[in-house]
Design a binder for this molecule. Structure first.
Ligand SMILES: [Zn+2]
Length: 238
């Protein structure tokens, strides 16, 4: 096969690699950012968990204080029962004491609910803390690995760019221009390898005669539909 067509094919392969490396260079920082976001969310979850635990403790202590004050108050009222003069006053006071008792019983229930919540929050806290620490470790390792990968990808990218420059410099300007034009119009794909008499760029048939010409002369032939440059290999006919 003619050297020129081989060179164009090499150029296409270099460009494919370059665009893959370019994409990876863009993807890696985004990957790191996404991992960081997930970690931050987990940390926020832990903070909320701790915050709720603190609040529940405060609520519990507040309700217990309220209960103590109410007991104190009831004791006073109980003592006052001995001093009241009228039956009405006595009844009213008894009712007040009864209401206070009911209120205290509701408060006690609330405290029980809170205690259960606190218990479950405390049990879950250790797991959450361990998980956050593990995620932090994983994030650091993964970020370090990806940062090393960026350096490698960057190095490869530069090497490939140098190689591309060398290959491109060997091509006649009009050939290179044609290649670049097709590449920019055809999603980066200027040279395609014909398979089963079909152009893989546009999936249209390539005349057998064209394939034979390319195989025999190695000259540049374009797909008559999409203008891509056709590279051909001898295919086993099954
Ligand atoms: Zn085509």
């Amino acid at each position: 096969m003619d050297l020129l067509l081989q060179m164009l094919r090499s150029l296409q392969q270099l460009d494919d690699k370059l665009s893959a490396f370019g994409q990876r260079k863009k993807d890696i920082p985004e990957q790191i950012q996404a991992m960081e976001r997930t970690y931050e969310e987990e940390k926020e979850g832990l903070e909320k968990h701790k915050q709720r635990l603190k609040e529940a403790g405060l609520e519990q202590r507040q309700l217990e204080k309220q209960l103590l004050e109410s007991a104190e108050d009831r004791k006073k009222k109980q003592a006052k029962l001995l001093d009241v003069k009228t039956n009405e006053e006595y009844k009213a006071l008894l009712k007040e004491i009864e209401y206070a008792k009911e209120a205290d019983s509701a408060t006690e229930d609330s405290i029980l609910v809170l205690l259960e919540e606190i218990d479950s929050l405390e049990k879950g806290l250790k797991d959450k803390e361990t998980s956050v620490l593990e995620s932090e470790k994983k994030l650091k390792e993964e970020a370090r690995r990806l940062e090393l990968e960026i350096v490698e990808v960057d190095k490869e990218h530069q090497l490939l760019q140098g190689e591309r420059k060398r290959v491109a410099a060997e091509l006649a300007p009009e050939v290179l221009n044609d290649y670049e034009k097709i590449r920019s119009h055809r999603a980066g794909q200027a040279v395609v390898t014909v398979r089963k008499e079909v152009c893989p760029g546009c999936h249209m048939q390539v005349p057998p005669q064209t394939i034979n010409e390319v195989l025999q002369t190695g000259e540049i032939r374009h797909c008559q539909y999409c203008r891509r440059i056709l590279y051909c290999e001898l295919e086993e006919t099954a």
